[in-house]
Design a protein around this ligand. Structure first.
Ligand code: AN7
Length: 352
C-alpha cells in the first residue's frame, strides 16, 4: 500500500479531525540506517535517521503538512515564516501543493544555502531577504502575524511540533523501543522539542518501555543555549542553525533536563569533518547543519561519555540533504582534475 504521509500514518496521535483538509507531499517514512563504521568507532549501535529523503529534502515537511492543513481549516489565505532556508522551502512547496495559499518568507540576505533559495523561488513564494539575521526575521514575522490575518508557520506554531514528533514515532516503530540516546542538531530548537514530545507520548501510551537521553548540538559560533545567553551576531558555516535566540529555548532545556541528556557545541571544523565522513563512509550526503549530530557524538565519544554504554543504541537525526548547499560541498571537497579527452592521460590519472 502506498505511504500517504505522516498525517494518515499517525492520525490518532495528531490534532486532526475528519474536517481537516489534508495537504500532503507524502512526507515522512524516512530511512533509519545502521552505520557500521561509526558504530565500531563509538562502541554503540549508531543509526542515522536520514531526513534528506523528505519531499523538499529536510525534516521540515513533517510539521509543514500539519501546519498548512490546519491553516486552511482555520480559513487562512496567507502563510508566512522567517527562515534560514529549509522552512521557507517547505512552506513554499506546501503552499503550492494547496493551490490556494499565498506564501511569504523572510530570509537573512546572503546567509541561506543556494538550493533552499531556489526551492522557495521555484514554488512561487514571495521571498523577502532582509539585511539582518534569522532572529531579526522571526521578530518581524511574529509582529506581522500577530497583527494581520496571516498564519505563522514557524515552529512557534504548535502544529509544526505535532507533525515533527512523527519522526520519533517512526524510529520507535522500527527499533520496537526507543534508543538509549538521541542526537540532534539544535537551531531554533523546535525539532528537539518535537522529538522529546514524540518519545514521551509513545512511552505514556505504552508503545515503548524507555525514553532516550536527548543530546542536542549547536554550532559553536551560534550556541546560545550552551552559553546561557542570546548571541547577537551568530556565526557558523552551518547556516541552517545560525540562530542566536531560539524560539523553543525553554522547551529544549526541558528536553535536555527531563531526559538526563545534554546540549553541547561543536565547532565548524568538527561539523565539516563529520560532514565529509558521512559522505565518504556512510554514503549519506547531508547539509552541514545536519552533520552537527554526528560531530557531537564523536566529540562526546572523545571524552568518554559513552564508555558505560556498550550495546546501547544511539540515533542521530540527519536533518537535511547535502544538495541543499552545493557551495559548501564544492568549497570543502577535492576539485575534479581537468584533462584532455585523451585515453592515455586518463588511464594514467586513474592509475591503470
Ligand atoms: C537542516 O529553516 O530554522 O532546532 O528556518 O534546516 O528545529 O530549528 C532550520 C533549522 C537543523 C535546526 N538542521 O532545527 C529554518 C530553520 C537543518 C535545519 C535545523 C534546521 P530546529
Amino acid at each position: 500500500m502506498q505511504w500517504k504521509g505522516v498525517i494518515e500514518r499517525y492520525r490518532s496521535y495528531l490534532p486532526i479531525s475528519s474536517e481537516t483538509p489534508i495537504v500532503t507531499l507524502n512526507e515522512g517514512n524516512t530511512p533509519l540506517l545502521f552505520a557500521e563504521g561509526l558504530s565500531e568507532k563509538i562502541g554503540l549501535k549508531v543509526y542515522l535517521k536520514y531526513e534528506g529523503t523528505n519531499p523538499t529534502g529536510s525534516f521540515k515537511d513533517r510539521g509543514m503538512t500539519l501546519a498548512v492543513s490546519k491553516a486552511i481549516e482555520d480559513g487562512a489565505k496567507i502563510i508566512m515564516c522567517a527562515s534560514t532556508g529549509n522552512t521557507a522551502a517547505s512552506a513554499a512547496a506546501f503552499a503550492a501543493r494547496s493551490r490556494r495559499l499565498k506564501c511569504v518568507v523572510i530570509i537573512p540576505d546572503g546567509y541561506i544555502a543556494l538550493g533552499k533559495l531556489a526551492q522557495a523561488m521555484a514554488h512561487g513564494a514571495q521571498v523577502i531577504a532582509i539585511k539582518g539575521n534569522f532572529d531579526d526575521a522571526l521578530r518581524i514575522v511574529k509582529e506581522i502575524t500577530d497583527n494581520y490575518s496571516v498564519a505563522l508557520v514557524n515552529s512557534l506554531n504548535p502544529y509544526r511540533i505535532e507533525g515533527q514528533k512523527s519522526a520519533a514515532f517512526e524510529i520507535c516503530d522500527v527499533l520496537l523501543n526507543a534508543p538509549e540516546f538521541h542526537a540532534i542538531p539544535v537551531g531554533n530548537a523546535g525539532n528537539i522539542t518535537a522529538y522529546w514530545k514524540g518519545y514521551q507520548e509513545y512511552k505514556r501510551l505504552g508503545k515503548v518501555r524507555t525514553k532516550p537521553k536527548m543530546l542536542g548540538f549547536q554550532a559553536a559560533g551560534s550556541a546560545p543555549i550552551v552559553q546561557g545567553q542570546i548571541i547577537k551576531k551568530p556565526e557558523t558555516i552551518a547556516t541552517a542553525i545560525r540562530i542566536g535566540n531560539p524560539a523553543s529555548w525553554k522547551q529544549a532545556k526541558e528536553a535536555r533536563d527531563e531526559s538526563g541528556g545534554l546540549i553541547d557545541a561543536v565547532t565548524d571544523d568538527e561539523i565539516i569533518q563529520a560532514y565529509k565522513l558521512l559522505a565518504a563512509e556512510t554514503g549519506i550526503f547531508v547539509e552541514p547543519a545536519s552533520a552537527a549530530s554526528v560531530a557531537g557524538i564523536l566529540k562526546l565519544h572523545g571524552r568518554g561519555y559513552f564508555d558505560q554504554g556498550h550495546g546501547d543504541k544511539i540515533v542521530c537525526t540527519l536533518t537535511g540533504h547535502g544538495l541543499k548547499d552545493p557551495d559548501t560541498a564544492i568549497k570543502n571537497i577535492q576539485q575534479p582534475v581537468v584533462l584532455n579527452p585523451d585515453i592515455k592521460e586518463i588511464l594514467k590519472e586513474i592509475g591503470l
